[in-house]
Design a binder for this molecule. Structure first.
Ligand SMILES: NC(=O)c1ccc[n+]([C@@H]2O[C@H](COP(=O)([O-])OP(=O)(O)OC[C@H]3O[C@@H](n4cnc5c(N)ncnc54)[C@H](O)[C@@H]3O)[C@@H](O)[C@H]2O)c1
Length: 387
């Protein structure tokens, strides 16, 4: 296969993470297809210029429209705020480019469906960056479930708690703005838990939620609107997105679940986790201890029964390609690299990547139903794939 040229759009937090991943994926895994980091795009010219030098791209540009359909671009990597995902992805897919897109997929279900339709029409490979699912310990949880080690799943208890939104003086960045973000905590971090729940348990049938905004106004940023929350100005602006969503779930296979997500939980920096209880055992995972999977199996000896810890290493999925000793420590960039490896492998084999735009549409439908239920106060059914 010929070498594929990558155009990265957005040079912030995720632009940097994706750039490290594309640099190291050939070293860690032996890239399934050779790639070149060709063009980096940011609306802020200084950021684009700096990123091309610092992240290792050949060129930089400020308008994604002039880049994504260029004949020498093969892969478009979308790392911009949520309102730009649909227009960039649709233009790229229509031009026949493979697309990897940061989460959440889109601002609305309709936009997500349009992205999926555009990619389906040209048959390009798509990937959504629900990266936490690639964590080796989480993939180990999937392996144990698929092997029947915890029996029939009874309940799922998921959460994603952060604390950077808990301080009312945290400035009103794009993440608190419906026009830029679509939704708040739910789209930003809740969709990662929905992705994990679909992967490990199955499709959602219906949801019943409480959705709240705790801090209705915040100081406007004194400097840039994008990037890490910087200095606050004395002027205030309205927060028009959710700070918290608490959801009960009925899965299509009869499993019962809950998901709690908020960015207003002091002390929890990036705590994505879940417990899954089955008829023959339990599994627990917490991303702040991402190298550990806690398991309890009903057939363990009674005098040694209880949760025990599996430390991620060469025996867990992808571990053989990372570090040779268990407990040595895998991290965020390892996971982003696994994500990119999976994406490039799908391109090389001309197979769907996972999670792809079809998964993304379903996640958007679930997130939308959670917000609707937060207003209606009743159970909301989820439209199933293909309907
Ligand atoms: N998967 C994850 O773990 C994870 C973590 C953080 C953010 N995200 C997602 O990644 C995306 C980007 O978030 P971030 O934290 O990197 O944001 P950021 O604010 O750090 O960076 C966004 C960058 O995009 C640029 N930009 C904005 N509009 C643009 C446009 N029209 N054209 C070109 N460049 C543009 C900005 O100048 C900025 O440099 C979001 O969708 C977010 O939800 C995912």
């Amino acid at each position: 296969m010929k070498k594929l040229n990558v155009a990265l759009v957005g040079t912030g937090f995720m632009g940097k993470a994706h750039s490290i991943a594309t640099a190291v994926v050939p070293i860690l895994f032996g890239s399934p297809v050779e790639i070149e980091r060709k063009v980096v795009v940011d609306i802020d010219e200084e950021l684009a210029r700096n990123a091309s030098a610092q992240y290792g791209f050949t060129e930089y540009a400020t308008d994604w429209r002039e880049v994504v359909s260029r004949p020498d671009i093969d892969i478009v990597d979308i790392c911009t705020p949520n309102d730009t995902h649909a227009p960039i992805a649709i233009a790229a897919a229509k031009a026949g480019k493979h697309v990897i897109c940061e989460k959440p997929m889109a601002m609305t279900v309709a936009d997500a469906e349009a992205m999926y339709a555009a990619a389906k029409e040209t048959g390009v490979v798509t990937m959504l960056s629900y990266n936490y699912r690639h964590t080796p310990a989480l993939q180990m949880a999937k392996r144990l479930i698929d092997e029947g080690r915890i029996g029939k799943i009874l309940t799922f208890r998921g959460y994603y708690l952060q604390d950077w939104g808990a301080d009312p003086s945290t400035p009103l960045s794009w993440r608190f703005n419906k026009e830029k973000a679509g939704s708040g905590t739910l789209g930003d971090i809740g969709t990662h838990v929905i992705d994990a729940a679909r992967l490990l348990v199955g499709e959602f049938e219906s949801v019943n939620s409480i959705v709240k905004t705790f801090i209705p106004e915040r100081p406007l940023p004194a400097g840039r609107f994008f990037g890490p929350a910087g200095q606050a100005s004395s002027e205030k602006g309205k927060v028009d997105v959710d700070d918290m969503a608490m959801t009960m779930i009925k899965f299509a296979n009869g499993v019962c679940g809950t998901i709690e997500v908020t960015r207003n939980a002091w002390g929890h920096h990036n705590q994505l986790g879940f417990e899954i209880h089955g008829s023959r055992g339990s599994i627990a995972f917490d991303y702040q201890r991402l190298n550990e999977l806690r398991v309890a199996f009903a057939d363990d000896p009674q005098d040694a029964f209880g949760f025990r810890t599996i430390y991620s290493g060469p025996h867990q999925p992808f571990g053989d390609k990372l570090w040779p000793v268990a407990g040595m420590g895998q991290g965020y960039i390892d996971i982003k690299s696994i994500e990119w490896y999976n994406f490039l492998k799908a391109i090389a084999e001309n197979k769907p990547a996972s999670p792809n735009f079809a998964d993304g549409v379903q996640i958007e439908r679930i997130a939308d139903a959670i917000l609707v239920s937060g207003h209606s106060g009743v159970w909301e059914n989820i439209q199933q794939a293909g309907r």
